[in-house]
Design a protein around this ligand. Structure first.
Ligand code: HT7
Ligand code: ZN
Length: 877
């Protein structure tokens, strides 16, 4: 594949108003007949040949306006079907192609999952189903007839409304679906198989009754209640918050086990990774419950932000993804807790997106070019894209932002548009220019702010001087200043919020930074303030502001902004961890400072705050976040010191942790609620500190027993897996015994088996790599299922830093082997697995060389996918 450039966009030469598809299903030889009603696009002045995409297809016939074309009248090859001569006005093209769903392990296009047919067309999978202009700016009305075996495929589904069905008398039956909304072909879906249907309804605010159906395999029939409730909540929320109502009469969700991502928003027929649908207390954790609610909502919200208004081209991916992530984050904030959700989302940005932004795959929210678009479904496009929307929300305020959204829907409903169109709607609603703001879409890299505070007691004035820089990235060596909101508050020595002039809520002022260096004055400030900077993580930036442990202590205890209260604790933790890592590197023993212990003790004794917040405040900064503060990342030292901290904290605060563990017990049977989930998280956080294994000692058997007891007596997966995880990481013999018990109990449930793999791949005790290698041949593991690959291989390589980064390179060698093995099966997943190796420049010379060698080895494979090739090449050059 060649690199495609945003600046080379040209409108399509032909549009397709209608597509009639007839798909006759067969595992090895599915026949697809397509009738395309085409017309020249008036935007293109010069007459051009008709070019349709078509890949991995056997082309049987082509006809133009009912006349079969001879081999000289068309060309089929290199992924394209070209018809040189087409009429000037509207015309009809018919094709017949044959495809092999059973041989499709890439899970793109039409494939089989557990014997059921399903499709994944985003981004460019439709071209492997039939010949079509596979680009999102061609919007078409689809009518789809599916023919399938009556016994093995009783259910036949596609987008829109069922308009016809019947028996064909030869053991097959058919169903015809019509979707009245013109859509790009990436939103096409087809599902066929032996599925059961769970139904409910939703009445829209205008009084229309919508039928809601969830299709799953029979064995999962009882696991859909939570997903159904989540869908209903999302539908109501979008009406209340954004005035958006559902438009078809039916909303269908199908759960499949084999899926490359989380889910797909196909119009009226979402296809989901079963992980984001199925839940029972005994099989799913609180995190799973929350994830299901979030992903169901995300796909539902796409109906307006993605489907009704779609992307002009794939460079605009964040138009739908950033905006829809922002919408799902807001939904989850309302469902669980706003501060907790904000901390979770900021953690993702800081631990993972910042890392992406500083590595070889760094790209702007709107990438200027790509080889394989599947490589650009990234944290930058999704999560940084959502932060960009959130900054607009902060700048405009909720009411103006809502007016901007309304204007966007009003102007562009039914269109395929660009990020510029979105920002233009916001600028028009606000009445201000957002040209500079749009640099967030074109410049990659994480801005770094250096903040200096000068307080003049005589003048009662504080001057904040903020300087912004941004490291060079592939698309631009020199960065122009970004435009961003900086929410700031001030606390006095007693921790009281100081009143501020020009602050909307009197204590938080939103500064607008637009220059490389800017000065902000705060007047009438009575005493030396402690600065609460970047409240609510108001911009996705790194901040350098020197603050003493005392100042951080004031913020930890008193900041009315929960995000910064949490962040002050993280900064304190980070400060001490980094100091101890240095000591550890020099062979000195690790110590935990009393101020940190004091802060943690206060959290454990806090009976007023939200337990979910406290659970997050108790957690030490992630290994990734620590690594980002280091010039040369030493993953083994980071792991060792962090582990030692956990063990020392567990010992020093033993009685408070035990007390917390006992008092946070929740009476009665498990039920998922945000409050209970928070209590469980805090309680299990206490257990994890108590069971943290000292690096150079043996864990108290009494404590180990606590973990074993919780595992054996838990009535829910959250508590069972939390306890099991503690035991597995504390004592190999007991852990092995419990893991065997767990497998025996759950081997029939693929999603629970994933948890069993995750626990083993994440095990921090020595020898994990050998156990992971052995598991690759275990009957419960298969390379054909992305969830299994993520659970075993990605967990080890992307999260078990202490062992993956073993100095002998054994972890890197393993990942090299796995990528080579996976690439022919599933290039999308193989390319994603590579992420840890792309970061090679961050490590010491020895590791750099070993990681590079693996990238070179992968790059030298004979037939490498475009997906993996692009990541390898970017990483090496
Ligand atoms: N819009 C969906 C993206 C997606 C996808 C992309 C590439 C390959 C496979 C995929 N499955 C789903 C998911 C979403 O953001 O909602
Ligand atoms: Zn999405």
């Amino acid at each position: 594949k060649k690199e495609t450039f945003l600046k080379e966009y040209t409108p399509p030469a032909y549009l397709v108003d209608r597509l009639d598809l007839r798909v006759e299903l067969d595992p090895q030889a599915t026949r697809v007949r397509a009738t395309l009603r085409c017309r020249p696009n008036t935007n293109t002045p010069v007459k051009q040949p008709l070019v349709l995409n078509g890949e991995q297809l056997e082309l049987v016939r082509v006809a133009l306006d009912g006349v079969e074309l001879s081999a000289t009248e068309f060309h089929f090859g290199d992924g394209l079907l070209t018809i040189a001569q087409v009429p000037d006005g509207p015309f009809m093209v018919e094709t017949e192609t044959r495809i092999n769903p059973a041989g499709n392990t890439a899970l793109e296009g039409l494939y089989l999952s557990s014997g059921n047919y399903c499709t994944q067309c985003e981004a460019e999978g439709f071209r492997t189903i039939t010949c079509f202009p596979d680009r999102p700016d061609v919007m078409t009305v689809f009518t789809t007839t599916i023919v399938g075996d009556t016994a093995s495929c009783p259910v036949l589904l596609s987008n829109g409304n069922l308009i016809d069905s019947g028996d064909l008398g030869d053991g097959r039956h058919y169903a015809t679906w019509h979707d009245p909304f013109p859509k790009p072909c990436y939103l096409f879906a087809l599902v066929a198989g032996d599925l059961v249907r769970i139904s409910d309804t939703f009445t829209t605010r205008s009084g229309r009754q919508i039928d809601l159906h969830i299709y799953v395999e029979e064995r999962n029939r009882n696991k859909c209640d939570h997903a159904m409730r989540a869908l209903q909540k999302a539908m109501r929320w979008d009406e209340l918050r954004f005035g958006r109502e559902y438009d078809l009469d039916t909303y269908m969700i199908v759960a499949v086990d084999d899926f490359n991502m989380g889910a797909m928003e196909n119009k009226g027929l979402n296809v989901f990774n079963s992980k984001y649908v199925l839940a029972l207390p005994e099989t799913a954790t609180d995190t799973d419950y929350e994830g299901i609610e979030g992903v169901i909502a995300h796909e539902y919200f796409h109906n307006w932000t993605g489907n009704r208004i779609t992307c002009r081209d794939w460079f605009q991916l964040s138009l739908k993804e950033g905006l829809t992530v922002f919408r799902d984050q807001e939904f989850t904030a309302d469902m669980i807790s706003r501060p907790v959700k904000r901390i979770q989302d900021a953690n993702i940005i800081r631990s993972f997106q910042f890392r992406e932004d500083s590595g070889p795959m760094a790209h702007p929210v709107r990438p200027p070019s790509f080889v394989e678009i599947n490589n650009f479904y990234t944290l930058t496009v999704y999560n940084k894209g959502a932060e960009v929307i959130r900054m607009l929300h902060t700048l405009l305020g909720p009411e103006t932002f809502r007016r901007g959204m309304d204007l966007y829907f009003e102007r562009h409903d039914g269109q395929a548009v660009t990020c510029d169109d979105f920002v233009a709607a916001m600028a028009d609603a606000w009445g201000k220019d957002l040209t500079q703001f749009k640099r967030w879409y074109s410049q990659a890299g994480t801005p770094e702010l250096t903040v200096r505070a000068d307080y003049d007691p005589a003048a009662r004035q504080l001057i904040l001087t903020v300087e912004q820089t941004c490291p060079p990235t592939r698309e631009s060596a020199e960065k122009l200043p970004f435009f961003m909101p900086l929410a700031v508050g001030l606390l006095d020595a007693q921790g009281r919020a100081m009143p501020l002039e020009n602050a909307p809520d009197a204590t938080t002022r939103v500064l607008i930074l637009s220059e490389a260096k800017q000065r902000f004055e705060f007047t009438n400030i009575a005493s030396t303030p402690t600065i609460s900077f970047l409240r609510n993580f108001s911009a996705p930036v790194k901040v350098r502001l020197d603050q003493s442990d005392e100042e951080l202590g004031v913020l930890m205890a008193h900041d009315p902004d929960p995000f910064n209260r949490w962040d002050a604790g993280q900064k304190l933790g980070l400060h001490h961890l980094l100091a101890q890592i240095e000591r550890h590197q020099q062979g000195q023993p690790v110590q935990v400072d009393d101020r940190l212990l004091h802060g943690l003790r206060n959290l454990l004794l806090d009976r007023d705050s939200d337990p979910a917040f406290l659970a997050m405040a108790m957690a030490l900064p992630s290994e990734n976040w620590i690594g980002q503060q280091m010039e040369v990342v030493d993953p083994v030292a980071i792991f060792a010191v962090r582990q030692q901290f956990r063990a020392l904290i567990g010992q020093a605060l033993r009685s408070e942790l035990l007390q917390g563990y006992e008092t946070l017990r929740i009476p009665g049977p498990y039920r998922y609620s945000a409050l209970d989930a928070g209590k469980r998280a805090l309680r299990n956080g206490c257990l994890a500190y108590l069971l943290a294994p000292p690096l150079d000692g043996v864990l108290d058997p009494c404590l180990l027993h606590k973990g074993v007891h919780q595992y054996r007596h838990a009535d829910n997966m959250t508590d069972a897996i939390a306890a099991l995880s503690c035991v597995v990481n504390a004592d190999l013999a007991t852990g092995t015994e419990l893991l065997a018990d767990f497998h025996a109990q759950w081997q029939h449930d693929p999603l629970v088996v994933d948890k069993w793999l995750i626990l083993q791949a994440g095990c921090t005790l020595p020898g994990t790599l050998d156990r992971v290698k052995a598991l690759t041949t275990h009957p419960s593991f298969t390379y054909k299922n992305p969830n299994k690959v993520r659970s075993l291989i990605a967990t080890f390589c992307a999260t078990n830093h202490g062992q993956f980064h073993a100095a002998d390179g054994s972890g890197y060698d393993f990942l090299g082997d796995q990528v080579c093995l996976l690439d022919p099966l599933n290039p999308q997943i193989a390319a994603r697995m590579l992420t840890p190796l792309t970061q090679w420049r961050r490590y010491d010379a020895g590791r750099q060389q070993l990681m590079r060698a693996q990238l070179e080895r992968i790059g030298s494979q004979r037939s490498l996918s475009d997906d993996v090739k692009e990541v390898v090449e970017r990483s090496l050059h």
